[in-house]
Ligand binder design. Structure first.
Ligand code: C5P
Length: 408
């Protein structure tokens, strides 16, 4: 059942829009409330009046309507929803989503949302298999959009193949799966660190490293998708904030530690950040000047706090599970086993970051999961998949522990 769940249904312009009427009926039968956003081309296939009658709510379509904005701004439309469903998701709206356009109300809501999004594609088979659509779908999946369908079969354009929108009952089942099941981390709190840290030498220079933050972000998103309340503490990265979680931006290791401690009690901490081991011992308040003929200045280093070791310290506030990363260029597993002991964390995800692997900044990762059960070698896979696997393992482990609040 979907009792009390709020669905924002975005109806784009495809012949399958007629199925969205049935979708609204079925969602409401299962206890959900449905509010509709209709695109201009969607309105060529179904009328606002039909959507309004079935949803028993007004239909939103105009971004620049004063009444719409004063009654329900585009940000509020997404805030008031538990899930956004794009059905039918045409090739055009998928392209606009992938490009991050905000050229009508539907696209703007989709760009502004931090809620989960389900897309039910519907289009001609060649549009679905076109390289542009394939790339757009891949981009959107990477960003966390869930897809249902399309199905294979006869289409309105007298062709045959994948492109038919999933049936309303299939879409309802996908919605139920997203909102009610497979959220084993609901009620659990997670802290993830990601990215590099930046340690100031003077106001213009710093020490840092090549971490892109991709793996850490993917883990934070995967945990959030399983229902966890996630705080991501991120060093400076070139990535956009992932939707659906709290992001705290920091620069230095000291700031990262402070932000982690400020996040409060959590059930799981995943330290994926590449924290600089050292900072300048005496950062200069003003830019260090080059002096003609003088020797280069000596850089005196001081150790940074070890965030992973700090979070791993035994005590009532220790997370039930602390996961560290070991980025090594040689003796990967032996060094990681040693690191697990030294830092006091429960698991270590060991990854080879020697330049030949292309792990830093790349899309794929080869990792070994080191736990009390020994060493597991995982095959090379996209960072997103490493994240999903790790999140599932975390969910399995936390299913057997008390929530953080009870440990306080
Ligand atoms: O000691 P090393 O940097 O190799 O350890 C890596 C692991 O420790 C990672 O999980 C990293 O996030 C964490 N770490 C930390 N604080 C530091 C150094 C590393 O949390 N100062």
């Amino acid at each position: 059942m979907l009792n009390g769940k709020r669905i924002l249904l975005i109806v784009a312009g495809g012949i399958a829009a007629f199925k969205s009427l049935e979708l609204i009926r079925r969602l409401r039968e299962r206890g959900a409330s449905v509010r509709c956003v209709l695109t201009a081309s969607g309105a060529r296939f179904v009328t606002p009046l039909s959507l309004q009658a079935l949803s028993e709510d007004r239909v939103y379509s105009d971004m620049f309507s004063l009444t719409d904005e004063s009654e329900m701004g585009h940000i509020q439309l997404s805030r008031d929803a538990d899930l956004l469903v794009v059905a039918p998701a045409t090739a055009n709206i998928l392209a606009r989503m992938a490009a991050g356009l905000a050229d009508d109300l539907a696209a703007t809501v989709l760009l502004a949302t931090d809620k989960p999004v389900l897309a039910a594609p519907a289009m001609n088979v060649r549009m679905w298999t076109h390289a542009a659509t394939v790339a757009n779908v891949e981009t959107l999946k990477k960003r966390g959009v869930t897809f249902i369908g399309p199905n294979d079969g006869a289409m309105a354009c007298n062709e045959h193949g994948p492109g038919r929108m999933s049936e309303p009952e299939e879409i309802v089942a996908a919605i139920e799966a997203m909102l009610t099941q497979n959220r084993p981390l609901a009620g659990k709190r997670a802290l993830v660190t990601a990215g590099p840290t930046r340690e100031a030498i003077d106001p213009v220079r710093y020490i840092s490293n090549h971490s892109s933050g991709k793996q850490g972000q993917a883990i934070a998103s995967a945990l959030a998708r399983l229902g966890a309340d996630v705080t991501l503490v991120s060093g400076p990265v070139a990535l956009a904030d992932p939707p659906g979680l709290r992001v705290v931006h920091v620069e230095s290791a000291d700031q990262m530690l402070a932000a982690c401690l400020a996040a409060g009690a959590v059930d799981v901490a995943v330290c994926a950040a590449a924290v600089a081991d050292w900072k300048s011992g005496r950062p200069a308040a003003a830019k260090i000047k080059k002096k003609q003929g003088a020797a280069p200045p000596a850089l005196e280093l001081a150790p940074n706090p070890d965030i992973l070791a700090t979070l791993s310290k035994p005590g009532a506030k220790r997370p039930a599970l602390v996961v560290g990363f070991a980025a090594e260029t040689e003796n990967l597993v032996a060094n990681a086993l040693d690191k697990r002991k030294r830092k006091g964390c429960d698991w270590i995800v060991a990854n080879d970051v020697s330049p030949a692997t292309g792990t830093f900044g790349g899309e794929r990762n080869t990792v070994h999961l080191i736990s009390d059960k020994g060493v597991e070698d995982w095959p090379t896979m996209p960072k997103e998949e490493v994240a999903v696997r790790l999140a599932e393992r975390i969910a399995g482990h936390l299913g057997r522990t008390r929530p953080a609040a009870a440990a306080e």
